[in-house]
Design a protein around this ligand. Structure first.
Ligand code: ADP
Ligand code: MG
Length: 330
């Protein structure tokens, strides 16, 4: 990091705010070495994933620093959950504009600490640099899964059920609220929507329980239709999605009924971080039990069919078409 970006020097900053987060990992060497060591359990594969969040793209610069930290970590935990992996350690790369001060860093570290405890993951290293551009936070998360058992996007088979966790579209509503749309909702409901956008809930327990049961899994980050499309593409199948079965919160259904949001916006909006799953019909009881155990809503929303893409049908069986399938950066 170049001096001037922060009054505290680079190494003092790491020692003060980040080293305490690495205390529980002996392989982190107190964040005083060039690299960290991670040892998976015997007979496990190491699962690696990275996701960056950028101010103005994934969060807004005036969002609370602790929730920015939590979102940066959670989007990665969600990827591990989608692979059935148990989180272990993570690396954190921070590119900070000169506007970042110590109060911000303190809140940021507090957010990380909270989620380290919630999700059982520990900081083991990273990089800290100055940037003239927007605040950028890149996390590399490392988890583990019994050898050869990682869930992929590629295993969906014709005849499988398609399931999704939680509710779909709340984060899209939250983003609208963040941009100043009141959605005709009262303040409490607007806050709830905003919270779903700022603080996704990775479906970790359920994801881990899918290992050995599900055929394919993905986390819904770009939008339900787009992400189901990714399963289709990699598995070489089609998916028939029943729009009326897609679980929606009362928040989303009332905004939809009031004409404040379209079905397309809810089904193609990003940032839900729910899990979409393809699983054999013979696993229905087992999956219902898993949902109960994980205290997670889990709903059947369609099936895997011959084809190459997602076909969405309304209550009458008519095809619903979308102008855009989901979020893409480019
Ligand atoms: P190098 O000189 O090898 O680039 P750095 O000076 O970037 O190493 O980092 C020194 C130590 O601090 C390393 O252990 C690195 O992992 C850790 N570190 C740097 N930035 C962060 C960060 N944002 N979060 C966690 N650890 C960090
Ligand atoms: Mg070094």
């Amino acid at each position: 990091m170049t001096p001037g970006a922060n009054r505290l020097g680079e190494f003092d900053l790491i020692a003060k705010y980040f080293a305490p987060l690495a205390r529980r990992a002996p392989g982190a060497f107190g964040l005083k070495d060039d690299a960290a060591v991670f040892q998976p359990q015997p007979a496990h594969d190491v699962v690696l994933t990275a996701d960056a969040v950028v101010a103005g793209v994934h969060f807004l610069l005036h969002d609370p620093a602790d929730t920015i930290a939590q979102k940066a970590l959670r989007v990665n935990i969600s990827d591990l959950a989608a692979k059935g992996a148990t989180p272990r350690v993570y690396l954190l790369t921070l590119a900070m504009p000169p506007t970042i001060n110590e109060a911000w860093l303190k809140a940021f570290a507090a957010g990380l600490k909270r989620d380290q405890t919630s999700f059982g993951i520990t900081l083991v290293g990273g990089d800290t640099v100055a940037t003239p551009g927007p605040l950028t936070i890149s996390v590399t998360a490392i988890g583990e899964v019994p050898r050869g058992k990682m869930l992929t996007r590629g295993g969906a088979q014709i005849g499988n059920d398609v399931w999704v966790t939680g509710t779909i579209g709340d984060a899209a509503l939250g983003l609208k609220v963040a941009k100043g749309d009141d959605l005709g909702l009262n303040e409490k409901r607007r806050a709830a929507a905003l919270n779903r956008f700022r603080l996704p809930e990775p479906r970790l327990r359920l994801g881990i329980g899918l290992v050995g049961v599900a055929q394919a899994c993905i986390d819904v980050s770009d939008g339900l239709i787009a992400d189901l499309g990714h399963i289709c593409e990699v598995s070489g199948v089609g998916i028939e999605l029943l729009a009326a079965q897609v679980p929606m919160s009362t928040l989303a259904s009332s905004a939809l009924a009031a004409g404040r949001v379209t079905l397309a916006e809810l089904l193609t909006g990003g940032d839900d971080y729910e899990l979409a799953v393809a699983a054999p019909t013979t696993a229905r009881m087992q999956l219902a039990a898993l949902a109960k155990r994980s205290k997670t809503n889990f709903t059947r929303i369609g099936s895997v069919v011959r084809g190459r893409a997602v076909t969405t049908r309304d209550r009458d069986g008519a095809q619903v078409r979308f102008a855009r399938l989901g979020f893409t950066h480019f």
